[in-house]
Ligand binder design. Structure first.
Ligand code: BG6
Ligand code: MG
Length: 221
């Protein structure tokens, strides 16, 4: 019986991708570059400095580490203004009911987010109390697609990877779950999340109650 479910935040529990996109686009435009929705897909799940590198690779100009840090800071300040007004109404469909149902079943819940703003966002959504452990990219050396963030969450909750289910919307996130040796539930398009063990359109499709055991008991330890 699986013991622990480890959720990604952005794109699974709330839709912050549009805010990241707006803030990165503003920065890109300022330095003579542009990004579109298709490019934004590549930034999903990628941490702040690596996202910046992907954007800068669209142009030819080289920047010093100091300039890059300043750009990342500027983007983050813009992003923080954009998320200021977030409330529980910004929870994606099925997010709250899935978390509360799993808790009632005695399943341990963790959050594994690449975002250093994760704790702030959980507070704004009013769901901090629903998680037994929260890990963000401040606590690990290697971001997704490395397995580190999911492995740390499992370890802190006393579960082995084979007892864990990871839930992700990003290709790099699903890769991180699979590298960690966990069962991967993708949220989004099965044509995109090809490495996931199962894909659901949103958390309204996450199996809870009897459906949880029926779905996962046969595939997990
Ligand atoms: C991820 C997002 O959850 O967090 C990425 O999908 C984002 O788009 C990353 O770049 C880092 O976020 P932050 O808030 O630390 O800049
Ligand atoms: Mg995500």
């Amino acid at each position: 019986m699986p013991k622990t479910v480890i959720f990604d935040l952005d794109g699974v529990i709330t839709d912050t991708a549009r805010f990241h996109f707006l803030a990165w686009k503003r920065l890109a435009n300022k330095i003579g570059l542009d990004i579109d929705d298709a490019f934004n897909e590549k930034l999903k799940g990628v941490d702040r400095m690596n996202s910046l590198e992907l954007i800068l690779a669209q142009g030819t100009k080289k920047y010093s580490e100091q300039e890059k840090l300043a750009m990342a800071d500027e983007k983050n300040e813009d992003y923080k203004v954009l998320i200021e007004e977030m409330t529980a109404k910004d929870l994606l469909p099925g997010a709250h009911s899935t978390l509360t149902s799993l808790r009632k079943m005695g399943i341990k819940l963790a959050l594994a987010s690449a975002s250093k703003n994760a704790a702030t966002i959980l507070n704004k959504l009013g769901i901090s109390d629903l998680f037994d452990y929260v890990v963000d990219s401040n606590q690990v050396k290697h971001g997704k697609p490395a397995p580190d963030i999911f492995l740390l969450a499992a370890k802190q909750l006393g579960s082995s990877p084979s007892e864990c289910i990871g839930v992700e919307d990003a290709v790099v996130g699903v890769q991180a779950i699979k590298s960690a040796g966990m069962y991967a539930v993708g949220v989004g398009d099965p044509k995109v999340l090809t490495q996931a063990d199962m894909v659901i359109p949103d958390l309204t499709g996450f199996p809870v109650g009897e459906a949880f055991s029926a779905t996962f008991n046969k595939v997990l330890a």
